[in-house]
Structure formats: C-alpha cells, structure tokens
Design a protein around this ligand. Structure first.
Ligand code: HEM
Length: 275
C-alpha cells in the first residue's frame, strides 16, 4: 500500500510536470460569475463553510484558466466548426469511458457511493452524438492524444489505487456539464446549425428535471462525505488537477482548430477580393 502511495506521488509529479501549463497567458476576467455566485443555503459565516463551498472557491482560479483557453473562447463566440466540435467530443468520450468505468466499479465505495448518480452517465449520449457527427464508423475516428491519455490514465490509476479521489473528477466534469456545458450547448446549436438534440445529446440531462436542485443535492452530498481534513485537501488538489487536464484537452484542440480556420481564410479573402 505504501508502495502504491509512493507510486501515486510519483505519478502525480509526472502528471503535473507535463500537464500543468505555466500561467503566462493573461487571463480574462471571469465571465461566468461562478466565483461570486453564492451557493444556495450558504450563510457566508466562515465556520459554516462546507466542503462544497471550499471546493468551489479553491478551484475558481483553475476554472477561470480552463474557460479562458482560446478554444473555449472560440466556442463562446460561436467560432466553431463541426469537425473541431466532433474532435472535442471524441476526447470527451475517452474521458467518460474511463470515468464511468471507475465510478461504476466503485459505486459502493463509502466516498464514491454518495455522489454516484447513474442519471449523470454520459457515455451512451456521447456514443449517439459521435454516430451523428462521424457516421456509423465513428469508433475509428476516436483517437487518443497525449492530453487525453494522461487524463484517462490518471482516472484509471485512481480507480486502482485511490478511489476516493475519483470524487474530484466526478465533480469537475458533471457539475461543469450541468453548468457551463449548458451554455456551450446553446451556442453550439446555433453556430453549428444543429437541430434538436442531434450531436448534442451529451448536454441533455433529460432525467434531471431541475438542474439547480440537482446541483445543490450533489453539493450537499459532497459536504457530508466523511473526509478527514487531509483527505478533503487531497480531493481539492485532485479537482484542480482535473481542471488542468481539461485545460490541456482544450489547448491540444486549439492546434487543430486553428489549422481548420486557416483553411477557411483563403476562401474568405478571395470572396472579399471578388466583392
Ligand atoms: C464554456 C466555458 C464555461 C462556462 C461558460 C462555465 C460556466 C459556469 C457557471 C455559470 C457555473 C456556475 C453554475 C452554478 O453555480 O450553478 C459553473 C460552474 C462550474 N463549472 Fe464551469 N464553465 C465553463 C467551463 C468549465 C470547464 C472547462 C469546466 C471543467 C471541466 C467547468 C467546471 C465547472 C464546475 C465543476 C462547476 C461547479 C462549481 C461549483 O458550484 O462548485 N466549467 N461554470
């Protein structure tokens, strides 16, 4: 056990050395109001601060970095093409296969169980979307990349060695999907000309009637986890790392997205010349 913990620490070092991007890019002011919006039911008294509030506050900066990548800014401005969107969802598919495999496996774990909600599962939705976006042979289009495999490997490593920390990954992805994901979905529908839920099932939590209430329930379950102070801090650190993994996915996508845009540029300038 001690060995695996040491391996874990080494593993974490490798992950953070290679994935964490030095904070050089000027970071835009948060557009989402996420940091300032109080969580319902919170009194604001320091002694009453729940674990969910701490998690939100301590990952606020990592959230800002992830949502300030050029790829995400492009999505928010509606500058997105179907190929890049499909590529983003192909990466998500690999991440959710890993996450849901490990969460399913540990659904009776005392820390994972309370935040295990099958209604959140996204794998089947992503399969439907990828089939719509890529056609019947979509599986051949889903490729691993360095950022994807680092994220996936970390999730599997935790599944094998430290399932408690899977909670951080569940929180980062699912609460994000229920929040910013909804913004992305609306903009993508418009800018990509998608109709109904075609290609967008991933964002559609049709078994959740009231996402605000659901998120509050999820946060309340998080806050009731019997975590020691040390473990609570480790979950927070893992959640920051989960945001960084997501940031890396976006940064990696940025390269292919810019190439796609560059292909369009000659068309645009030729059109302008002709006009
Ligand atoms: C398109 C960019 C994004 C936008 C517009 C956005 C927007 C938001 C908003 C408005 C909230 C607050 C929701 C609420 O309090 O109910 C939120 C929360 C959250 N977002 Fe994002 N987000 C974005 C990107 C991301 C990314 C890339 C991730 C990580 C994968 C993420 C993870 C989260 C999480 C975990 C929360 C829950 C915070 C909490 O209440 O504890 N978001 N986001």
């Amino acid at each position: 056990m001690t060995d695996s913990k040491n391996n874990g620490e080494r593993d974490r070092e490798v992950v953070s050395n290679s994935v964490q991007t030095p904070v050089q890019t000027p970071v835009a002011e948060p557009r989402t109001g996420r940091v300032d919006t109080p969580i319902e039911g919170a009194s604001g008294q320091e002694e009453d601060v729940t674990f969910a509030q701490r998690l939100r506050a301590e990952t606020a900066q990592a959230h800002r970095f992830a949502e300030s990548t050029n790829f995400v800014k492009g999505i928010l401005k509606g500058v997105m093409d179907l190929a890049s969107f499909g590529n983003m969802q192909a990466g998500m598919y690999l991440v959710y296969c890993a996450l849901e495999e490990e969460l399913d496996r540990h659904q009776d774990h005392p820390m994972v169980g309370p935040v295990y909600f099958p209604v959140l599962s996204r794998k089947a939705a992503l399969e439907a979307d990828l089939e719509y976006l890529y056609g019947a042979d979509w599986r051949s289009q889903v490729r691993s990349t360095p950022a994807r495999s680092e994220y996936v490997d970390r999730i599997h490593w935790l599944g094998a060695n430290d399932p408690t920390l899977l909670v951080a990954h569940s929180y980062t992805r699912y609460l994000g999907d229920l929040s910013g994901g909804q913004v992305i979905s609306k903009i993508a529908r418009r800018s990509l000309g998608l109709e109904g839920s075609n290609g967008l099932t991933f964002f559609d939590f049709d078994e959740i009637d009231n996402s605000r209430e659901f998120k509050n329930e999820y946060r309340s379950r998080l806050s009731q986890l019997p975590l020691s102070e040390e473990r609570a801090q480790e979950v927070i650190e893992e959640a920051k790392q989960a945001f960084t993994f997501n940031q890396s996915l976006f940064e990696e996508l940025e390269g292919s997205w810019i190439r796609t845009l560059a292909n369009f540029l000659p068309l645009v300038s030729n059109r302008r010349k002709r006009a």
